[in-house]
Ligand binder design. Structure first.
Ligand SMILES: Cc1cc2nc3c(=O)[nH]c(=O)nc-3n(C[C@H](O)[C@H](O)[C@H](O)COP(=O)(O)OP(=O)(O)OC[C@H]3O[C@@H](n4cnc5c(N)ncnc54)[C@H](O)[C@@H]3O)c2cc1C
Length: 420
């Protein structure tokens, strides 16, 4: 079977769904393929940063999910048992100040409902892209496997929104321009009952020597814990048994020792995230473009992945829309210009987030006592200066709003900024 459309989006994650919605709002036709059905995604992208919240409001999706969000007011970092940083999001001078927790299946369902309300998008689910259609040197759509058999979706432009292991990136040859950098650690995610004494409106980072963990409130009322372990260290952790996991957790949060032992009774109660960043030099080739994790996989620090996937979608949609309106003879060139402009617009904010994440990652892993003492000094300096907090954290949490407010805000860095 063959279908023909203007835009074929491969991948129904936050990036692909938001792009489909943004395109149908602009009056364009989309076919979206998602390889999984049912939308089950434990431990995926629940933290949406303030810029992501702004984008959802702009897509008229925020009101659909508002009752399912959990607004976060503070970011607290403790190091060696002492609180060294307490950021209050309300002090940032932007319209959307607070990150929210939002379960990804809820977000995806809301984006899908809003898209269906507009019409113009055909969703094939489950449908897996297994190859690209080509005409001369250009991509002209996708070959997909569905329960009914193989299909061809012919499209003027194909978008790889298929995540960190993108098949479209591989099929299109853009993988050759990708550099994957493993980070020094992986994350074991797990959920625990939320401690009564803890502020439900706070993100917590706990650091002890060179180890750290993330402790995040979840919309289901539980505590989402991301425990960092050395790269490839799961085997060693498992060999030590669950007691070793409980002990690692208790090192960072002694008050959770009993909850951990009572709740985490099997390794199937945990989920491993292999942490790497992927820096793709070229996000497009004739007839195809990558967005979201497919173009730039980030680490989980400061919850940036969903935000950048959404930001890519709303940046790309109007560029594609106006190129698709060009006369047929000029369309291929217009699409080429559009995708190049898209990468140019989005590359710098992604690079800034990645840089900030990598600097944080290095800070968290300092274990020698003098280096750990310096880290505490840096966080305390940041804590004492709301102005510095704004300069350091705005590029991570508010890049879109900051760019609107001050044209980018990338001035000369102070030494504290360079360290954070
Ligand atoms: C454990 C974990 C926790 C995370 N926590 C956070 C967080 O708190 N905050 C945050 O901002 N980010 C977080 N992230 C990262 C975040 O989930 C991603 O950055 C974000 O989902 C990227 O969106 P995307 O649409 O680009 O890709 P994805 O969300 O990865 O979506 C890609 C989609 O493409 C589909 N697909 C793949 N291949 C094919 C194919 N061949 N054919 C059809 N469909 C295909 C996949 O099934 C998937 O649905 C987390 C990631 C993980 C793994």
């Amino acid at each position: 079977m063959t279908m023909t459309t203007e835009v074929c989006v491969v991948g129904g994650g936050p990036g692909g769904r938001a792009l489909a919605l943004a395109l149908v709002r602009l009056g364009h036709e989309v076919v979206l393929l998602e390889q999984r059905s049912g939308g089950a995604r434990a431990f995926r992208g629940e933290s949406v940063s303030p810029d992501g919240v702004r984008i959802l409001a702009g897509l008229d999706v925020l009101d659909r999910v508002r009752d399912d969000t959990h607004e976060v007011h503070r970011l607290e970092i403790s190091d060696g048992g002492a609180r060294v940083l307490d950021v209050r999001f309300e002090t940032f001078p932007y319209a959307y100040r607070h990150p929210v927790e939002l379960a990804q299946p809820v977000l995806l369902a809301a984006l899908a409902e809003a898209t269906a309300g507009h019409g113009g998008c055909t969703v094939l689910e489950p449908a897996s892209a297994v190859g690209l259609l080509r005409d001369g040197g250009a991509v002209r759509g996708v070959r997909a496997k569905t329960p009914e058999g193989t299909m061809e979706i012919r499209a003027e432009v194909t978008v790889g929104a298929d995540g960190r292991y993108s098949a479209v990136r591989r099929f299109s040859g853009l993988d050759h321009t990708a550099r994957r950098t493993p980070l020094e650690r992986d994350v074991v995610w797990l959920k625990l009952p939320f401690p009564d004494a803890w502020d439900r409106r706070a993100y917590r980072v706990r650091i002890s020597s060179g180890r750290h963990g993330l402790f995040l409130p979840s919309t289901d009322g539980t505590l989402r814990v991301g425990l960092n372990i050395p790269k490839g260290g799961l085997r060693e952790l498992r060999a030590g048994g669950l007691e070793q996991l409980h002990a690692r957790l208790a090192e960072l949060a002694p008050e959770l020792r009993h909850e951990a032992a009572d709740t985490i009774r099997s390794w199937s109660d945990t989920h491993l995230l292999d942490i790497f960043t992927t820096d793709v030099r070229r996000w497009s080739a004739p007839g195809v473009v990558l967005i979201g994790d497919a173009a730039h996989t980030l680490s989980p620090i400061l919850g940036q992945g969903v935000n950048h996937a959404l930001a890519d979608a709303v940046a790309l949609a109007p560029l594609l829309a106006s190129a698709l309106e060009a006369p047929r003879s000029a369309r291929a060139a217009a699409l080429g210009t559009a995708v190049a402009a898209f990468q140019q617009e989005r590359e710098a904010p992604v690079r800034r987030s990645r840089g900030l994440q990598l600097r944080q990652e290095r800070m968290f892993s300092l274990s020698a006592p003098p280096a750990a003492a310096l880290r505490r000094t840096v966080y305390r300096a940041l804590n004492a200066s709301p102005a510095l907090q704004r300069r350091v954290l705005a590029p991570a949490y508010f890049p879109g709003q900051q760019a609107r407010a001050d044209g980018g805000g990338t001035g000369t860095k102070t030494s504290t900024e360079q360290l954070t």
